[in-house]
Design a protein around this ligand. Structure first.
Ligand SMILES: [Zn+2]
Length: 574
């Protein structure tokens, strides 16, 4: 464990600093100066050397991992030194599935995250509307009804009661449904004669009149009327989203779908020094941008190397909360409905074979057991149609995003096909409040089945799906190991046997996302030769009682040997 005496014997010993100008000083000193991190409690995620207390960084890469006195001896002249005073150091954590502009937009806009009741939503809506322009659109997002009492979707009448003189559109936290008030429906021309678009549904009351809830592809009936965000607003959202992610301890975020426009905005932000977070990017498809990526091929070192563009993000179905997830059998709480396919599998097939030939990674949102089976079948068909010799990359590492509800027969197919399960532990601890009603007890056995997937040898990459969820690595880690709500609740329906060990959870947010991004040589563990990305925590989350994982905090986030975030209690570099 940390040898404070050795460190203290060195004249360059670090001390604690207040929040003040320390970060600015670190940034100024940063650039190329070598760095020694000493007296830390390192968990490396490298099985050959799982623990350490120090690391040396030169030119943004790790050159030594081991004991503090040895690190000090190997430190090049002029190295900055940070005495970690026993803080816990993890490999720089990666969020394998998130929506960066959405994270920023949630921070900047009308945020209904955590709304505890319909009355609270209405109160917030009234307050937001006060003083606004009658007739202009009022938009917001982040509500989720599953913990309200009663747990029912809001209606246009509920919104009208709060705001009737302007069109209101409020997106559910999962982004797969929205509720609109009467004026918004009227402007969109939605009435009892409106039919459901393919892959979408307009919910109706007993008399056939729309309730205001629009699911999946039906959302665009009103969303197309909304003024799109300006380039400036998007840039601001990206910057705010990146800053928030770094503060929460993420060193990389894998963007689950955007456009080349957004990619170029990100490049401008990197060039201006406004983003430090690393990014791995998937372009939404099918689209003209996805076709462009297929023509141009992957670019793993875009904008100076911090952004890799090499994926296409597809959707096959909707979400469980809004009953859009495609199920093999009907929903247990809605007779007859089996969910929605938002894309037709046969129409995706040419894109899949082109992606294999070009070395593009495909990642498909699949929630229901039918959605997952369809995509596993489709991937298998594409792999057979384009054998290894005809591929740009022999190991395509395609991914299923969410892999949420699986027929037990499909669980071993991930490892067999070499398909990565990209899963978000917090979804389980949010959804398990309503999933038993939607699915019934039998189907829960293959739901959020992290442990079963790992047992079959599948790679499980962990993410947060922020802004659908909070986007906090400590919540994700806790959810993966505790599989309880943040208040500690769980029952037999929550299938505790699907919990993972702490070292498995650590790998879900380090080694596995690196592999899922073709970056395992550069990232994912604290190892000589790898990029110097570290997440430093106040608490040893690998050993404390579960509730204390949630009360830990991020002390520092280090990206490429530079301190990208330091909390007020962070030790200073000397
Ligand atoms: Zn997502």
């Amino acid at each position: 464990m940390p040898n404070i005496d050795t460190w203290a014997a060195n004249p360059a010993r670090g001390g604690r600093a207040g929040p003040g100008n320390m970060l600015g000083r670190l940034r100024a000193a940063a650039a190329a100066a070598p760095l020694v991190l000493g007296n830390g409690n390192f968990y490396t995620a490298n099985d050959l050397q799982p623990r350490a207390e120090a690391a040396v960084v030169v030119d943004g890469r790790i050159t030594f991992v081991g004991a503090t006195p040895d690190a000090l001896r190997r430190a090049p002249p002029g190295a900055r030194r940070i005495d970690l005073h026993g803080a816990t150091v993890l490999p720089g954590l990666s969020d394998a599935h998130a929506h960066l502009s959405g994270i920023g937009a949630r921070e900047l806009s009308f945020n209904l995250e955590g709304t505890k009741s319909l009355a609270e939503l209405q109160k917030a809506l009234r307050k937001r509307a006060a003083g606004g322009q009658p007739g202009t659109w009022l938009t917001g997002s982040g509500w989720i009804e599953s913990r309200w009492s009663p747990a029912v979707f809001p209606t246009r009448q509920d919104l009208d009661a709060a705001v009737a003189d302007r069109p209101v559109v409020l997106e559910r936290a999962d982004g797969h449904s929205l509720v609109a008030n009467s004026q918004a429906l009227q402007r969109a021309g939605i009435d009892r004669n409106t039919s459901d678009p393919p892959g979408g549904s307009v919910l109706r009351d007993a008399t056939g009149v729309p309730t205001g809830m629009l699911i999946d592809n039906a959302m665009s009936l009103v969303e197309r009327l909304l003024p799109p965000p300006s380039a400036q607003e998007t840039a601001r959202a990206l910057e705010v989203g990146a800053r928030r992610s770094v503060q929460l301890g993420w060193t990389q975020l894998q963007i689950a779908g955007n456009s080349f426009d957004e990619v170029e905005q990100l490049c401008r932000l990197y060039a201006a020094g406004r983003i430090q977070l690393r990014l791995y990017d998937a372009i939404y498809g099918p689209s003209a941008d996805a076709e462009r990526l297929l023509r141009e091929g992957p670019d793993p070192q875009h904008c100076g190397g911090k952004l890799a563009v090499r994926g296409i993000k597809l959707y096959i179905d909707g979400a469980l909360g809004s009953r859009g997830a495609a199920l093999l059998e009907a929903y247990s709480d809605s007779s007859g409905s089996r969910g929605l396919l938002v894309n037709q599998p046969d129409r995706l097939f040419p894109l899949l074979t082109a992606a294999l030939r070009r070395g593009i990674q495909v990642q498909t949102h699949s929630i229901g057991d039918r959605g997952n089976r369809i995509m596993l079948d489709l991937y298998a068909r594409a792999f057979a149609a384009v054998p290894a010799g005809q591929r740009a990359v022999a190991e395509p590492r395609w991914r299923i995003e969410h892999a949420q509800i699986l027929s037990p027969a499909d669980i071993p197919r991930f490892a067999q096909l070499g398909v990565i399960a990209s899963m978000q532990p917090s979804h389980a601890i949010s959804d398990l409040f309503f999933a038993p009603a939607r699915l019934g007890p039998e189907r829960l056995r293959g739901a959020y089945a992290w442990h079963s997937l790992l047992n079959t040898g599948a790679i499980v990459a962990g993410g947060s799906d922020a802004p659908v969820e909070k986007g906090d690595p400590l919540v994700e880690f806790y959810a993966a190991v505790a599989r309880r709500s943040v208040q500690g609740f769980a029952d037999a329906n929550w299938h505790p046997e699907q919990r993972v060990s702490r070292s498995q959870a650590l790998k879900m947010f380090s080694v596995a996302p690196a592999y899922a991004a073709f970056q395992e040589r550069d990232r994912g563990s604290i190892e000589v030769g790898k990029l110097a990305d570290f997440t430093v925590l106040s608490t040893d989350i690998m050993s404390v009682p579960e509730p204390q994982i949630l009360t830990s905090h991020v002390v520092m986030t280090i990206i490429g040997g530079e301190v990208a975030y330091a909390a007020g209690d962070a030790p200073a570099a000397r």
